[in-house]
Design a protein around this ligand. Structure first.
Ligand code: IPM
Ligand code: MN
Length: 356
């Protein structure tokens, strides 16, 4: 039976509430499967700025490096939104991703049978949706050469920059995941306009042809893909794309799962530790009121078990518990369908824990 060290970075807004539920779920998994999890909390984002002046204090990065996996809540909030501020909470998260070499961000999107009516889309469109986004996470527009506007406010730029090895490693990871699923890989780019996308397409084609001849590859332009994603989402399996495109498309994809509050993510590099966090942000408007949906964080704990620690049976037990709680009618406010009673963050966490 395993003994694992987990760094817990609650962050801002609803981050601490949802992370607490995910930690309790991991404790329940530990009891059921005989593992010991040792949790170490550390500061990130706005909370870290308040306490230390930095959104990613060196002790936090150090703590993460000495852990088997990292569980994160969310960063950011109106308190730190001043565009002229010298430090921003989001920078802490970006530095953590870059500092740990977490180049691939896995964002699975499934339509839960119990929630098909919680989405604004038609039932026949949602049914059967089982997507896995692989967003490149340490390159592209987020990390290319940039210039902040000076005091004159006349000019600023960001650059979508990619190298062949950066594309190869994320495509290889995505194609490997596709091979273990329905063997279909969709690469999303803007190759009709952007040079970085033309390189992306060429490298993707070469990697998949050479190393994954059994995986069917298609290229789709990002604008068209944004439309296909809501018209025929069940047609896709694994989707690999550039950092910024992936950021935008996965918020859109959250609609398919019923709510942003449902989506988990796993950020992986060549070696552990991986970083596991819900896709939703800090939602300051509902923070501290027991209203947030903890399922994104709890499913992130499932990804932590699967991809971070290699504990597949444990991960599946958490996912089944989430499905069971939903099937039994538990709903937080964001996924309410007017039928069962609406529960809070803690009650949803508890309902899931009982079903593990
Ligand atoms: C996400 C978030 C982050 C991103 C922010 C908070 C830096 O939106 O994880 O999708 O843009 O990557
Ligand atoms: Mn985002």
């Amino acid at each position: 039976m395993g003994r694992y060290v987990i760094a817990v970075l609650p962050g801002d807004g609803i981050g601490p509430e949802v992370t607490a539920e995910a930690v309790r779920v991991l404790e329940a998994v530990g009891r059921r499967f005989g593992h010991t999890f040792e949790f170490h909390e550390a500061l990130i984002g706005g909370a870290a700025i308040e306490a230390t002046g930095s959104p990613l204090p060196p002790e936090t990065l150090d703590r993460c490096r000495r852990s088997d996996a990292i569980l994160l809540g969310a960063v950011g909030g109106p308190r730190w939104d001043d565009p002229t501020a010298p430090v921003r909470p989001e920078q802490g998260l970006l530095d953590l991703r870059k500092g740990l070499g977490l180049f691939a961000n896995l964002r699975p999107v499934r339509a839960f049978p119990a929630l098909v009516d919680a989405t604004p889309l038609k039932r026949h469109v949602i049914q059967g949706v089982d997507l896995l986004f692989v967003r490149e996470l340490t390159g592209g527009l987020y990390f290319g050469p940039r210039r902040e506007a000076g005091p004159d406010g006349e000019e600023a730029y960001d650059t979508m920059h990619y190298t062949r090895p950066e594309i190869e490693r994320v495509v290889r990871l995505a194609a490997g995941l596709a091979r273990a699923r329905r063997k279909k890989l969709t690469s999303v780019d803007k190759a009709n306009v952007l040079a970085a996308s033309r390189l992306w397409r060429r490298v993707t084609e070469a990697v998949v042809r050479r190393e994954f001849p059994d995986v069917a590859l298609e290229h789709v332009l990002v604008d068209a893909f944004a439309m296909h994603l809501i018209r025929r989402p069940a047609a896709f399996d694994v989707v690999v794309t550039e950092n910024m495109f992936g950021d935008i498309l996965t918020d859109e994809a959250a609609v398919l799962a019923g709510s942003m509050g449902m989506l988990p993510s796993a950020s992986l590099g060549e070696t552990p530790p991986g970083l596991f966090e819900p896709v939703h942000g800090s939602a300051p408007d509902i923070a501290g009121r027991n209203l947030a949906n903890p399922i994104g964080a709890i499913l992130s704990a499932a990804l932590l078990l699967r991809h971070g620690l290699g504990l597949e049976a444990e991960a599946a037990a958490v996912e089944r518990a989430v499905e069971a709680a939903l099937a039994d009618g538990y709903r937080t406010r964001d996924i309410a369908d007017g039928e069962g009673p609406i529960v809070g963050t803690r009650e949803m966490g508890e309902a899931i824990r009982q079903r593990i």
